[in-house]
Design a protein around this ligand. Structure first.
Ligand code: SF4
Length: 321
């Protein structure tokens, strides 16, 4: 059972998440034989990038291209040649989550989102085909993984490997609540930037806003930094909840790790059920100035957004009928 736990832990895949598996071995001598084989099989699986799973007494493997992802939506931005890949699930329940307004990318015009319907999740192979088309038609250079929370997708490691094979720059937007060792290894790559979103540096407020404790997020931030992951931190100025003072405390915490880690400051957009008002340019300026006391690099992305969107946004998936 130890071997099983290790394998499931490695890939984070429950057996029923596989779309199609092929028989690798049917063991003739019972569970002891199966346990004895596990170590070698897992080693081979790692080498060939196949995923191993178990169904009853059978040991099966799944070709990575038949793996199902939780990607349900993709848009392309021509100003920086990036495709934003939306993952469906999230482990947090943020009070100010933009998804309360719409699951579709907020940069698409209303006349497009009002006609969009959910067409299901992409398999890894379909995702790769779509990305290849965007590379060839739109000259895509960068993949931004967000949503939703990419780390909740059991296929994230495979998605990252596929994007790396295509030599794309990769940005992963995450709440960093769960980052296992294997994912951490994938993050340590010159092509990958991880942006950790921290909604509040105050543990009580963080839990009140997201429904989850802050400690694992900060621990994972420190782990990723120590491992050599290219890191940025992102926060939102939420008037009356995460103001300039709190952003300053977050900046001070980041500086205790490394003053050169950049901080992105976003503005809050009111959503149903959240009592806070929209962030003003003054709120952003104040937060930016406070953060700059501690950090070398602070970007007021909220300010840039209020100046209007750069370039054009294209709907890639799902297509309108
Ligand atoms: S982490 Fe992001 S996607 Fe998840 S609930 Fe919070 S705001 Fe929404």
């Amino acid at each position: 059972m130890v071997g099983l736990a290790v394998l499931y832990g490695y890939y984070g895949l429950p057996c029923d998440s596989h779309i199609s598996c092929e028989l690798l071995l049917r063991h003739p001598y019972g569970p002891a034989w199966k346990r004895a084989m596990l170590k070698n099989i897992s080693k081979n699986a790692l080498l060939s990038e196949q995923l191993i799973c178990f169904r009853g007494e059978d040991i099966l493997y799944m070709r990575s291209e038949s793996l199902g992802t939780r990607v349900f939506h993709i848009v392309f931005f021509d100003y920086d040649y990036s495709a934003y890949i939306h993952f469906f699930d999230c482990n947090f329940k943020c009070r100010g989550c933009l998804r309360k307004l719409s699951i579709w990318d907020c940069h698409l015009p209303d006349e497009v989102t009002s006609k969009l319907t959910f067409k299901g999740f992409l398999s890894l192979r379909d995702l790769e085909d779509i990305i290849l088309r965007v590379v060839s038609e739109y000259h895509m250079k960068k993949a931004v993984l967000g949503g939703g929370e990419p780390t909740t997708d059991p296929s994230l490691i495979e998605v990252l490997r596929m994007l790396k094979r295509l030599n794309l720059d990769i940005v992963v937007l995450t709440n960093a609540y769960r980052v296992n060792e294997d994912l951490l290894k994938e993050f340590v790559d010159p092509k990958v930037i991880v942006i950790v979103s921290i909604k509040s540096i105050d543990p009580t407020r963080h839990e009140m806003y997201t429904g989850f404790p802050l400690e694992p997020v900060l621990n994972n931030l420190a782990r990723m930094y120590s491992s050599g992951t290219r890191l940025l931190v992102e926060t939102i100025v939420i008037p009356g909840f995460n103001d300039a003072n709190e952003v300053g405390l977050l900046a001070k915490f980041i500086a205790s790790i490394d003053r050169s880690i950049p901080l992105i400051i976003d503005s809050f957009i009111p959503v149903p059920g959240a009592p806070w008002r929209r962030t003003t340019l003054n709120d952003l300026r104040e937060a930016e100035e406070t953060a700059l006391r501690y950090l070398e690099n602070v970007y007021g992305r909220g300010k840039a957004i209020s100046e209007g969107m750069r370039g054009r946004v294209y709907l890639i998936y799902p297509q309108l009928e």
